[in-house]
Structure formats: structure tokens, C-alpha cells
Ligand binder design. Structure first.
Ligand code: 6GP
Length: 804
């Protein structure tokens, strides 16, 4: 491991950076300091920092070529990056210089950093994982490219209208995106629809009916201390022709603009609503668009190195982030057969030696299926190749009737991805086991070597070093250098200090500071005032029934009732904080948001709750909000129905920042328990096997409601409109579901959850003991660095040796 000696990042002091900023402001942004706005200054600093990234970036690229490094290509529909400026400053060790430079220009550093819009090119865990992986691939020195879509509008902005979620388009590209380099010379035509006629041998001639251009934009991703830098290449969809002159000259301006409207729609928005046929088709086109452009680029680079297409697998490993880029299998075969003259079997062997597939969920509705009609219409040549891959697989495995990619008029993308891949991985030990036993049981039996586990991780640069300055200082002082940020195993040295009262006091003081800052932010930005000495109990993630925010809300209401019933009873004072967005078309999730907001309003308006219980639900949760909430958390809620959360990554971020977890034995919670010790985590509820057994035995949620008067009271209150101004109808869909189906077994786990929360209360009452556990949680988190995860992929999936 390094200790700083070989860093390639150019060292620059505050004065030099001040001068560089002034220069960028004038010559890159074209602004006079006299009229420069905060955003202008931010862009100026961004340009100045970007300039410092360029040399290490070129150095890494040159080294990758010189050492003939095998390259990794990470194809992902989502990169939930958040802000880039501070991350780059931290990685390059420029913070002191940047602060000094910004101050010298009379600008507030925190305000400047805060001015950057989040790059929200993702929905949740899958997209954020991709962003952590970019950071880690650059830090450990895996020569890699991320490939995705340069959405004009990222994840929608959430607002609350009387507690109901409303959505507004996000517009991060309204301002200049100062990190990227436009590569107008790199553009590939991407076809859709049209006709296929037979060609030579296995080849065919595809004549698409529509074509758009995929144009490249590159963002350099510097790793720790600039030792390695990779590229994130995002594709923008552009028309082949800007507009049609003939209708324009006739005065029909709408018709003249039609080609650009069609093209630009493709990269317009992240995750179009796919409940309509048009939405489905757009989504499929987005998937094909970026996958095809990326593969064309990968093959071009491979050819440019003088290499034959058949040797691709020796020089490139392509990772498919979920099934969204699964069309890569047939597309690579198409390129190799139709453009490069390989025969089908040879081409498929190359493709399936190069591609790998990560599964991120077992939820059946998330495993993509496309109707053969849509696929045949939008991608006729691919439909032929998919049929052929299917037939070949059935023949080779001698199982013509078991697993079929094309089944019942649908193309099953999970099976296609599995069959086209060299390795298939799950994202936690439990999830990988369940993959073997459930969705991929048959395929696993046929290909027992394919499935491997790579438990997720998170980058300690953003999620500890960057977001928690107090902890950063304490760790650096305790561990002797800042290198823990690139070698998180070093954090294990905190464990013995859990027994040291003076250390605990410092650790706790940092948490208190973070909570104060968070409380001030909640007050300022969201108008909620909370007591920073109370326990901050936080659940932040997408709103989904399986994640059971509903169970948390019910427990909150039950706690409220308990305090009302016996004001002298001892409960830990709590601030319950929720954050998260619901998919715009997911009615039940949106209703749960409203319920949380109604319960919050009731509790916060009750003077008897002062200093005892408060609920905050700040709108528009995103990466930057997570960076405020996570360092301030005392308790991390990870309460999904066991067997449903593939891994979770928020769970790791919280524990790294010294929060204790209340959670089920689901996803990576299992491994977190193993890492921190059973006595330092609050596990409750049914195991994955018990959840299945409960269902198999004819689950009747009503019997659980009858058995727990605390739950019964809350359900009745909701039905009576107690939290909603007497409106007993509002949450009918919620309560009917709870009493009738309750697929995610909220009622079955409620009692165990409520009781466990009271054990949490008891632990809170012993602050020394609590902090001891918090220190041990942080100390156990080395293994959850995404650097560890990337080293695992490098060794077990990609076959590459990291450079750093
Ligand atoms: C998520 C999983 O739900 C989460 O458990 C996991 O930590 C994360 O992926 C990263 O692996 N899945 C998604 O976000 C998703 O869209 C299709 O899956």
C-alpha cells in the first residue's frame, strides 16, 4: 500500500490555485470578477481543479496502453454521482489550497461547494453503487471506463403538496457541466427498426428504419491522490440531421424539427414511465442506444490497438449492471458476425467470455421481460440472434424444455444475461444464495461455475472522509495518516479504543456536532425544528413496500400512543427522520409517503411530544442530503422483509459513521452483523426462511393484528382518520392491505420490531455503552469499502490486476 510517495496529483498551493481560478473565470467562463456570481466562481474553481486532473488522467491512459492492461467496461443505465467538485478536491488532496483560494476571492467555500447541482443520473442503490465503483476502480487502479447515458433530466425533484408527493423535472444540465469534455468526433450511428435480409454465412444485412447518433461526453474520475484516473463516458442522443430543410422552407417548423425530437427523446429523461406501450418502447430504445454505442466504442478501441475481434475477451471485461444492458449479448454477436465475419458459434463464444452480469434484485417485477413483438419490431436482427442463442443453449444443455430465453411471447432478459455471461454475481452472500435457489435455480444447476458473490461496498472517500470532517480528523490523528481513506482495513485499529473513555468522548462529540449541523439544516431548509440531543433515528432509501417504511411509521405512531397513555414512562427521546422518493407511478408508495407526513404532522403538533418524539421528512432526498444525514445518525433503519433487499449500501454508510443498526437478517445486514458482533447490532424479525414458511402456512395478517393491541390501535386510528383530520377513507388501500394480504409481512414482524426498539431505548439510556458499540461498528467496516469489492471483481470476475 502507498503512503503518499508516488502520488501523481500535481501539488499546488492556495496562491497558485487562486491564480488558476482567476484565469479560468476570465478565459474559460468569460466573466469579470466584478460581476461574477457564486456559480461563476464555482465553475472557475471546477475548471481549475479539472485542469489538475488532466495530467494524471493522461498518465493513467498511457500506462494502461504501455502495460497492455486488460480493460474493464462498466455498462450502467444509472450513475447516481451527486456532486463532483468536493470529491475531486478531496481525492487530490487539495482541500486546504481550495479553501484558501476561494477565500482569497472573497467567496464562501461551503456555499460554493453547495451550489453544485447533484448529478442524479440514477434512482437508488444500483446507480449509487455504480458511482462508488467508479471511484474505487480509479483508486485501486483498474483501467476502466464507465458507460452510461447523459440524461438531460435526471431523477425527478420531489416536493410535498400537503404531504403528497409531487414531481418536477430535474434540470442539472441547465447550467454548464464544467467537468465534462465533449467529444464531438466520437459519435456512432445507432439504428432501430427496419428490415433484415440474409447475408453471407451466418451474417445478415440489417437496414434500420431510424438512426440516431450517440455522441460522447467524457468525465475524468480521479482516484485517491490521483494515482489512477478513469473515464466516465456518457452518450447523448443526437439527430443524424438536425432538421429537414424542405418543410422548414414551407414554414412547417414543427415537421422540420421532427428528426431532432425523435433523437433527443432517447436521452431526455432517466427512467421514463414504462406503464404505457410508448414508455416501454422508449426504455428499450434507451437500453439499446447506450449499449450499442458502448460496444462500438469498445471494439473500435480494441481494433485501434491492432487486435483481432476474436481476442476481445483477453483484453476486455464487460460488466452489465443488471439486465438493462443485457442486449449487449446479441449486439456483440451481431457486430462480430455481421460486421466482422465471424460465424455465430465463434461470436457467441467471444461474447460470453467477455460479458459478466450483476443481478441487483430478486423482485420478479424488476426482472425485465420484453414482448417478442416489441423486440422484433424495434430490433429485428437482435430478435433473430436471441432466438438462435436460445436454441443453441437448449441444444447444448440438452434441456429443450426447461430454461428458455424466449418464453410465452416474451424475451426474459435475466436468462439472456445469465446465458451470455462468463460470470454472474449477486451483491451479498444471502442474495447470492437466494439467486441460486430461486430465480436462477435451473440455470445454476446447468452452469454451477457461473454464479459468484461480490458483496457490495461503498467508497470511504465520499461516505466518510468527505461527508464527516470531524471523523476524518479523528481517524487521521488516530491512525497516523490519511491513507485509511484508501485502505479502510486500517480502521480496525479503532476497536481497542472503544474501551478508552477519552476516545469515546471525542467520538461522541463529533456525532453531537454533526447532529447540531443537521438540526440547523433541517430548520433552515425544511422548517422543522428538532432537538439535537435526542436520538436521530433515520430511514433513507427509495420508498418501497418491501423496505417497510410503513412498519417504521406504524411503530412511530404506536410509540406516540404509548407516550400519550403513560407520560411518565421512560422512552428514549427520538427524532425519526425519513427520506426518499417513490416512483411516480407507484400509488401505494405514494400513499405511504402521505401517511408518514400525516403522522408527522400529528406528532409534531402535539405539545406533549416536545423533547420526546418528533418526525421529520425533508423533501427531495438525494446524494447530497444523504451526506448531511448519515454522519448525524444514531440509529440506522434497515428493516426490509428478509429475503427481499439484495444487499443495501446505506446500511454500510451509516455503520461507517458510527450509527447502530436496527435491522432484519436481510441482504448485507447479515454480513454487517458478522463484522460488528451480534451484541452491537439490533437484529429482529423473521429470517428469509421464516418469511417463506409463514407465507406457505397461509399467512393471515389479521391474526397478528389481533395479537398485538399496539398494532391494532394504530390500524384502527388510521381507519378512523385520527392522523388525517377525520378522513377515514384516505388510507383505506393501506389498511385493507395490512389486514388482508400484507405481502411483505409488516404485521408478522411488527411486534418483534416494536420490542426491539424498546431494547434500543434501554441502550440509549447508557451513553457510554452506546458509544462503545458505535466505535465498534465503525471499526468493523473495513470490509465494506467498495475498494474491497472492486478487488474482488478484479480477481474473480474480470481477471485483471489492479495497478495501485
Ligand atoms: C438495488 C438493491 O435493491 C439494493 O439492495 C442493492 O444494495 C443495490 O441495488 C446495489 O446492489 N437494486 C436496485 O436499485 C435496482 O434497481 C434493479 O435493481
Amino acid at each position: 500500500m502507498h503512503d503518499g510517495a508516488t502520488d501523481t496529483a500535481k501539488q499546488i498551493d492556495g496562491e497558485a490555485l487562486r491564480v488558476a481560478m482567476a484565469h479560468s473565470l476570465r478565459y474559460a467562463i468569460g466573466k469579470d470578477p466584478v460581476t461574477a456570481t457564486l456559480s461563476d466562481w464555482r465553475l472557475a474553481l471546477t475548471r481549475a481543479v479539472r485542469d489538475l486532473v488532466v495530467d494524471p488522467w493522461f498518465a493513467a491512459t498511457r500506462r494502461a496502453y504501455a502495460e497492455k492492461r486488460k480493460r474493464v467496461y462498466y455498462l450502467s443505465m444509472e450513475f447516481l454521482i451527486g456532486r463532483l467538485l468536493e470529491d475531486a478536491i478531496h481525492n487530490l488532496g487539495l482541500e486546504a489550497a481550495a479553501r484558501e483560494a476561494v477565500a482569497a476571492h472573497g467567496v464562501d467555500y461551503a456555499a460554493l461547494v453547495d451550489d453544485e447541482p447533484d448529478a442524479a443520473l440514477g434512482n437508488g442503490g444500483l446507480g449509487r453503487l455504480a458511482a462508488c465503483f467508479l471511484d474505487s476502480m480509479s483508486t485501486v487502479g483498474v483501467a476502466a471506463h464507465g458507460y452510461g447515458i447523459r440524461y438531460e433530466h435526471g431523477l425527478f425533484r420531489q416536493r410535498f403538496d400537503q404531504g403528497w408527493q409531487g414531481e418536477e423535472p430535474e434540470d442539472w444540465l441547465r447550467q454548464r457541466h464544467a467537468w465534462e469534455f465533449e467529444r464531438s468526433e466520437v459519435a456512432y450511428p445507432i439504428g432501430f427498426g427496419g428490415e433484415v435480409s440474409p447475408g453471407e454465412g451466418d451474417g445478415a444485412l440489417w437496414t434500420p428504419s431510424d438512426t440516431v447518433l450517440a455522441a460522447a461526453y467524457d468525465t475524468p474520475i480521479p482516484g485517491w491522490r490521483g494515482r489512477w484516473t478513469n473515464t466516465l463516458r456518457l452518450w447523448d442522443a443526437q439527430p443524424v440531421r438536425e432538421f429537414d430543410l424542405e418543410p422548414f422552407n414551407r414554414g412547417d417548423y414543427m415537421a422540420a424539427a421532427a428528426p431532432s425530437v425523435f433523437a433527443e427523446t432517447i436521452s431526455r429523461v432517466l427512467y421514463p414511465d414504462d406503464t404505457t406501450p410508448q414508455g416501454k418502447e422508449l426504455r428499450l430504445k434507451q437500453e439499446y442506444f447506450f449499449t450499442a454505442a458502448s460496444l462500438a466504442d469498445i471494439l473500435r478501441r480494441h481494433r485501434a490497438m491492432g487486435l483481432e475481434p476474436r481476442s476481445l475477451a483477453a483484453h476486455a471485461a464487460i460488466q452489465l449492471n443488471d439486465t438493462h444492458p443485457a442486449i449487449a449479448g446479441p449486439e456483440l454477436v451481431r457486430l462480430l458476425v455481421d460486421d466482422h465475419g465471424l460465424d455465430f458459434d465463434e461470436a457467441f463464444d467471444v461474447a460470453s467470455a467477455t460479458l459478466n452480469y450483476t443481478n441487483h434484485t430478486l423482485m420478479p417485477e424488476a426482472l425485465e421481460r420484453w414482448s417478442t413483438d416489441l423486440m422484433g419490431h424495434a430490433l429485428p436482427r437482435h430478435m433473430q440472434i436471441i432466438e438462435r442463442i436460445d436454441t443453441r443453449h437448449a441444444r447444448e444443455t440438452k434441456r429443450p424444455d426447461s430454461v428458455r430465453i424466449v418464453d410465452n411471447g416474451e424475451v426474459r432478459m435475466g436468462d439472456l444475461a445469465f446465458i451470455s455471461a462468463h460470470r454472474v454475481n449477486g451483491v451479498s452472500a444471502l442474495h447470492t444464495d437466494l439467486m441460486k435457489q430461486t430465480v436462477f435455480a435451473e440455470l445454476h444447476a446447468l452452469h454451477p461455475e457461473k454464479i459468484v458473490n461480490q458483496t457490495n461496498g461503498v467508497t470511504p472517500r465520499r461516505w466518510l472522509y468527505g461527508c464527516n470532517a470531524g471523523m476524518r480528523r479523528l481517524l487521521t490523528e488516530t491512525l497516523g495518516s490519511e491513507e485509511w481513506a484508501a485502505d479502510l482495513d486500517r480502521i480496525a485499529a479503532l476497536a481497542p479504543l472503544a474501551e478508552d473513555a477519552a476516545f469515546r468522548e471525542r467520538f461522541q462529540a463529533i456525532k453531537t456536532d454533526n447532529k447540531r449541523a443537521c438540526a440547523a439544516w433541517l430548520e433552515r431548509e425544511h422548517g422543522v425544528s428538532v432537538d439535537p440531543t435526542a436520538m436521530f433515528d433515520i430511514q433513507i432509501k427509495r420508498i418501497h413496500e418491501y423496505k417497510r417504511q410503513l412498519m417504521n411509521a406504524l411503530e412511530t405512531a404506536a410509540l406516540y400512543n404509548a407516550i400519550k397513555a403513560d407520560p411518565s414512562a421512560e422512552f428514549a427521546p427520538r427524532v425519526k427522520i425519513f427520506g426518499g422518493k417513490a416512483a411516480p407511478g407507484y400509488a401505494m408508495a405514494k400513499l405511504i409517503i402521505k401517511l408518514i407526513n400525516d403522522i408527522a404532522a400529528t406528532i409534531n403538533a402535539d405539545p406533549a411530544m416536545k423533547g420526546r418524539l418528533a418526525v421529520a421528512y425533508p423533501a427531495n432526498y438525494n446524494v447530497s442530503m444523504a451526506e448531511i444525514l448519515i454522519p448525524a445518525a444514531d440509529l440506522s433503519e434497515q428493516i426490509s422483509t428478509a429475503g427481499k433487499e439484495a444487499s443495501g449500501t446505506g446500511n454500510m454508510k451509516f455503520a461507517m459513521n458510527g450509527a447502530l443498526t436496527v435491522g432484519t437478517l436481510d441482504g448485507a445486514n447479515v454480513e454487517i452483523r458478522d463484522a460488528v458482533g451480534e451484541e452491537n447490532i439490533f437484529i429482529f424479525g423473521q429470517t428469509a426462511a421464516e418469511v417463506l414458511a409463514t407465507r406457505a402456512n397461509g399467512y393471515a395478517p389479521q391474526s397478528f393484528i389481533d395479537a398485538d393491541p399496539r398494532l391494532a390501535q394504530v390500524v384502527e386510528q388510521i381507519e378512523a382518520g385520527f392522523f388525517s383530520g377525520g378522513d377515514g377513507e384516505r388510507f383505506r388501500a393501506v389498511t385493507e392491505n395490512l389486514r388482508g394480504h400484507d405481502w411483505f409481512q409488516v404485521c408478522a414482524d411488527f411486534t418483534s420490531y416494536y420490542d426491539r426498539q424498546r431494547v434500543v431505548d434501554d441502550a440509549w439510556a447508557k451513553p457510554e455503552e452506546w458509544t462503545r458499540k458505535a466505535v465498534l461498528n465503525a471499526a468493523g467496516m473495513g470490509v465494506f469499502s467498495s475498494d474491497r469489492t472492486i478487488r474482488g471483481y478484479a480477481a474473480e470476475v474480470w481477471g485483471v490486476t489492479p495497478a495501485c
